[in-house]
Design a protein around this ligand. Sequence first.
Ligand SMILES: [Zn+2]
Length: 489
Amino acid sequence: MLLRILIFMIVIMGIGAHTDDAFRQAQPTERPFQPVNLPTATPAPQVCPELENPYPQHTVVADINYLAHTVWVQQRIRYANTTGESLTQLVFNIEANRWQNVFFLNRVADNFDDLLYTLNNKRLVVDLMDPLPPNCVTNILLEFQIQVPLIGLEVYSPKGYLGYTDRQMNLGHWLPTVAPYQNGEWVTRPPVLVGEQEILEIADWVVMLNLVEPPPNLVVAAPGQITQISPTSWRYEHHASREFSLSLSDQFVLHQAEDEHGVQVEVYCFNTPELQPAGEHALDVATQSLSVYSDLFGQYPYERLVVVQGDFPDGMEFSGIVYVGDAWFTRWDGTPTSYLTLITAHEVSHQWWYARVGNDAAFHPWLDEALATYSEYVYLEEYYPDLRDWWWAFRVDVYEPEGAVNSTVYEFSSAREYINAVYLRGVRMLHELRQDLGTQAFFQLLADYAFNQADRIASPDDFWHNFTPEQLELTAVTRSRYLRPETNN
Ligand SMILES: [Zn+2]
């Protein structure tokens, strides 16, 4: 507890003023619903208002057929051109289209007309009818179907955040996002099986979910503010979020509690009786870790945090919702020395290192993964300080990790090699930085980084920029030991 009180005071004083085809083959089905009718009168499709909110505004209507594993989607995107340049195209990243026979695009339109486009793997390039001047806004409509794939096996299985089993449907990275525009380029990172390749701007999401002929007891686990519209439809508002993700099951049991700051924490696990103690443990860890990280890294931005027992390995982070793998629940032995403890804390910390502070998950994965893994240790320091040595031995040292912390995901042939370099040597680097600087200064740097880069896509330069020249000097040996010297990022 001492660590957190100490650091909390520092934070208050410091910033308190404020293509793979393993998935089953599928074909699109007939759409059972009426398509959107576009208006035929004025106003002009592009407007140039005062840009109160420059983030993309997504308005989504999704008809989900859980038993047929299909989702029909109409997604409207209000895009404000903050690039400073006149744009003739808009580019979207569509993670779902990295898989064959999953994403079926029916239509792209603006307020008036169907638009020409090319869709190549993850990248959708839309030709605008007229150039979009700086500071002007346009609206794009995407109509598409998702044929949710069966969760794959072996190396494909960690991608089960978009997939179904006989007891769960997961919709993660199912909706297109506007590609970031950096240095005159729309950024799309090629998909590979090791690590993640998303690069996501903050956006606002309003999502209407309609359940089509749902089975009894179907439960939706989704983040944001919820309004029930009918017995089978809900409206979710999720602001300042990098995506909108959800999970459905007809076998969910909900465990819930409030953290110290009044955030509602919800754990959805499967309904077999022997799993419920694990569900309670995950709830304890999620609630405690959310409080610790809020004190150390800054306020959690949402009213709710959703944790889902995912029917796929390991875990996965999204904004306001995270997955913790099924095996960590079923193998839990009733003690804190478990992956259920570590992965729950890890995924919760991604609410800061991924969701609040974004990063390029393909080129700079250490920025979120090293910090999330080190956050496991920070959680144990607070609640289970006797387990600190166990954590280093169990989580890190046994793997004898090698490799540059600042590697990209494209440099590894296996997840193990990737985790060893980026996560595990990453936590060793962070711990040595802490020893170089002292605990107070180290956590102040993390809090400053989280504050300064909130709602942005941070680069390694943004991380190191918080260090004073003296702190860079103090950490020079550590940095050179862990970071590839030619880039030093
Ligand atoms: Zn992670």
